[in-house]
Design a binder for this molecule. Sequence first.
Ligand SMILES: [Zn+2]
Ligand SMILES: [Zn+2]
Ligand SMILES: [Zn+2]
Length: 750
Amino acid sequence: MPVMIRIRGARENNLRGIDLDLRLGELTVLVGPSGSGKSSLAFDTLHAEGQRRYLEALVGRDRAAGSLRRPNVDAVEGLPPTIGLDQRGAGPSARSTVATAADLAPLLRVWFARAGTLHCPECMRAIEPRGHDEIVAELLELGGRLELDGPVIRRGTADPEAFLEEVVGSGFSRVRLDGEVRRIEEIKAHQLGDRVRIVVDRIRLSNDKRARLQDAVRTTARVGRGVVIARVGEQERTYVDRPYCADCDRTLSALEPELLSWFGAGACRLCQGRGVDAEGATCSDCDGERLSEDARAVRYQGIGFVDLLRRRVAALSAFSGAAERTHVTTPILDELDRRLAILGEVGLSHLALDQAAGQLSAGERQRLRLARHAGGALAGVVYVVDEPAASLDDAEVQRVIRLLRRLVEAGNTVVVVEHHPAVIRAADRVIEFGPGAGQRGGEVIFDGSVDALLAADTSTALWTSGRSRLPESKGRSADGLVKVDGHGLPLGCVLVATGPNGSGKSRLLELAVAVAKEDTRISRVVHADQRSVPRSPRSNAATYSGLWDVMRPLLAATREARIRGFTASSFSVNAKGGRCESCKGSGLRRVQLKLLPDVFLRCPVCDGRRFAADVLDVRWKGLSADELLQGCASDLLPILAGHPHLENHLRALVDVGLGYLPLGQPGHTLSGGEAQRLKLARELARAVKRGAEGTLLVLDDPSVGLHPVDTEVLVRLLDRLADSGATVWMASHHRGLVDWADVELPLTRR
Ligand SMILES: [Zn+2]
Ligand SMILES: [Zn+2]
Ligand SMILES: [Zn+2]
């Protein structure tokens, strides 16, 4: 058993051929500014290689060889299976919900199928199928004179005379008609209705009659097709030995866990469990609840399975905690409680179980997967985790740290990319990449214990130890207030809303945006949150920031382009003409794998270069369209300087800490923080051009995903904007940001 993962000559992206030995069974935190190379090592080298080997083992070397690229590294030795928990990558499938993504759904189905009761969807009567022995035991307890009737439904055109003859021929002599027991020879055929109750046996109950009673119950169930009506005195009980409603003559599906699954037996027949019809409208049969009628009619303590799934994690926890425990349900409930507790630990108590996983923030999705793994029983795995503390309040950060430690204690290796000081301080080992981003990074500049880091002189060391700090507040005062949800938010200065997650910070900001749009003192509202950018593989940093619209005419104006008759739209990824049609200009092809999340592979036609070959021949300042898209703002700025408009866009990207980001980075691979800052960059380029007076910037957690060095750049930029008349309202947990702001608005959990 190796004790080390040995990485030799890692050169992915900007990594400069680094060698590194990672000890197994430790929590290693990789730090450094954005673009310094830590993700290149963690995800693009370590995890990519792990995934490639897994796929190779799964489908064979030959088939795997074409699909997943070998990372640019000389050797990776001693690598256990890896699991990547990043904030990027393909989203979950359309039918995936919190319950399925957290792996709670199977457990909930088993529990509900054991604890719940079938109900007839037509009359909502409880249907509880019993075994014959159970029926016998219950009747014996009653005692007294018993009559057993088997109800028969006479179908369609069957001739009443022939029907009665058949009954007599089967050895029965009485029926119960209009409440009276009558001998068959006494009744006239026309007196028979559609429903006939055949009297199978009459017994005076006592324990020595058990054998006869067993016989009689079996015969009655055969006559009544599963229905046994027992009469003792004037009292009647109807038993069924199968899921059947005798009143409605309706056979139900058996109550098994699969009945509660819209991926299987329980799927609504009309919409096949999607909840919507072919046109995308809510399914008229299940009303969007995805389950069949029978499945929706199952009840436990008056609530249905769909109602159960609508609950939030916290409410479900309370409900299952109070649920009745039997020898059957106790182990299920124990497991359920344990997993719900873990979801609470990672700060997800507020999620409803039926929430679509695709609508969660990237951080929430990641913590959901983290919880799923911490709840499972894997050992000997390398977890590669991207910024698990992003967007969390202090208490939640502590819980995530405990979760990471638990993975380590269970015998796993955890490699985390993180900026949060508390997570860094919890590490067994810290490795810092740097010193800068892009071409100025890619080296290991520190490798050691937390204590050694705190005494070192690297930028992460300075910030983590508190020797570097963000600027203090300038103490600007408000020149007016905007009333939002009972709070007065100041104009002309920097406000930060603080408080734990769930205290309504984001909601307040959303309300503020709506109110501010109506306020005449504010001419422009910019709302940048973590879901700001379209998450499709075709949109990218260059198209979204508006930079590509500036570059396309420059490419089209070159001599080569004019000779070939190209126009600016030939260089568009959103229009036909110049782009590669095989991948529609994304350079990627989505591949669905059975056991893994979807992966995006390089388009084989254009080899990931997005454009047709002759379009790629066109060069501006020596760079082709795909080379421009591969470049990052920091590297391109010196080359492309001298074009004021272009420079403005590139500088804005650098200013918001995205200088390292390749311009063609697809939207679906951006982290939440990157998406937010991309929107900010677009607005900055505009503000620089038109001035910031009357502009309101609303920012949700702007430091998410930023190294302290990058946070400082962002703060200085916002400072400049505020100085020139902009108003900044933000929500944050970041202590330094709070100290820098002019006004703090503390919110509490309601
Ligand atoms: Zn019924
Ligand atoms: Zn339906
Ligand atoms: Zn292509």
